[in-house]
Design a protein around this ligand. Structure first.
Ligand SMILES: [Fe+2]
Length: 333
């Protein structure tokens, strides 16, 4: 696999100071001083993950896709150029801004600015969250996932899968065409949805503690209009999450408990619904400018699905089964 993770995301924003408060006090990221009109935020041991650039126009953005090393970056540049994609080598100054050893820049078939990089710098200081949270599930899984609407889905799929090495986790064709793709065990680092325009819908960041997501929900609800999509659970990555308005033109999905995929055993499946197991009221209204599509799945879902929780060592206490009812249900009887 060529690309290994969503390493960073850059957003153009006129409201950089709004981002300071939102990223630190609401999301729990750590602000780092980058000078000028740039604000950068840490989520883990990396020097920066989210970059808000006041010199970039509102709506502009860049995606930083991580590769293993300089040789992998050269190989990727060669593959892109052989396929007719215009590739520029990032200058030393740009690499310093991005806190990486080297990078290339290019565009996907929908016009999104992509950067591929290697050698992300690790900070000398430990991560200090902007509010009291137990940390972000980032590291080798990357900073989270992005959902991007593109008008030319098939062309984009050929690009991301054929040239960058993304693999399908699952997909849906009705009522929307969408592909959820992974580059590491995170269920998806990128979701592409066919839509009328090229537009990023949301960035998902994942917390280690479900309680941190709940407290973030409390904080967001205290602000008029901050919550765009209520708490709910997705049917494919099983993320329990809610969505907030950000100071830029994207939403921020704040989640917990996403499942991993293992390439050795994973079989991509066509999903029959993108309706959540429960909750997420407002999700379809949040896509595009108009009313939700008439064939948007009903909420609550008419099909009842119960899925197990995906937990990590140190983050759960196993309780012994003491109830014949549960034992029978868990064994599928
Ligand atoms: Fe998402």
């Amino acid at each position: 696999m060529t690309v290994q993770a969503l390493g960073y995301l850059g957003l153009g924003a006129s409201q950089v100071d709004d981002w300071m408060g939102f990223a630190t006090r609401q999301l729990g990221m750590q602000a780092v001083d980058r000078g000028g009109a740039t604000r950068a935020f840490r989520m883990d041991d990396r020097k920066q993950r989210l970059i808000v650039d006041g010199d970039l126009a509102n709506g502009e953005k860049f995606f930083g896709w991580e590769v293993a090393d300089a040789a992998a970056l050269d190989a990727l540049a060669g593959r892109l150029e052989a396929a007719g994609v215009a590739v520029a080598r990032g200058s030393a100054a740009l690499a310093a801004q991005r806190c990486v050893a080297g990078l290339i820049t290019f565009r996907d078939p929908a016009g999104n600015r992509l950067e591929a990089f290697h050698g992300a710098q690790v900070a000398d200081e430990p991560f200090r969250p902007g509010r009291d949270i137990g940390g972000f599930r980032a590291g080798p899984l990357g900073m989270g996932h992005a959902l991007v609407m593109v008008p030319n889905l098939q062309e984009c799929l050929a690009f991301y899968q054929g040239l960058l090495g993304f693999k399908t986790s699952d997909f849906i064709r009705v009522p929307v065409s969408a592909y959820f793709m992974h580059v590491n065990p995170r269920h998806h680092s990128l979701a592409l949805v066919e839509g009328p325009v090229s537009q990023m819908h949301h960035l998902m960041i994942e917390l280690y503690s479900f309680d941190d997501v709940g407290r973030g929900y409390d904080l967001a609800q205290a602000e008029e209009g901050r919550v765009k999509v209520k708490m709910g659970r997705h049917p494919n990555d099983f993320m329990t999450s809610f969505y907030m308005r950000s100071p830029s033109d994207i939403l921020l999905e704040y989640g917990w408990g996403g499942r991993d995929v293992d390439d050795a055993t994973w079989q991509p499946e066509e999903m029959k619904t993108v309706g959540s197991l429960w909750g997420h009221q407002g999700l379809f209204e949040s896509i595009g400018d108009g009313p939700p599509p008439p064939d948007a799945p009903p909420m609550p879902s008419q099909k009842i699905v119960r899925a197990p929780l995906f937990v990590m060592d140190g983050n759960y206490v196993r309780q012994n089964g003491v109830c014949p009812w549960w034992d029978a249900m868990a064994s599928g009887a």
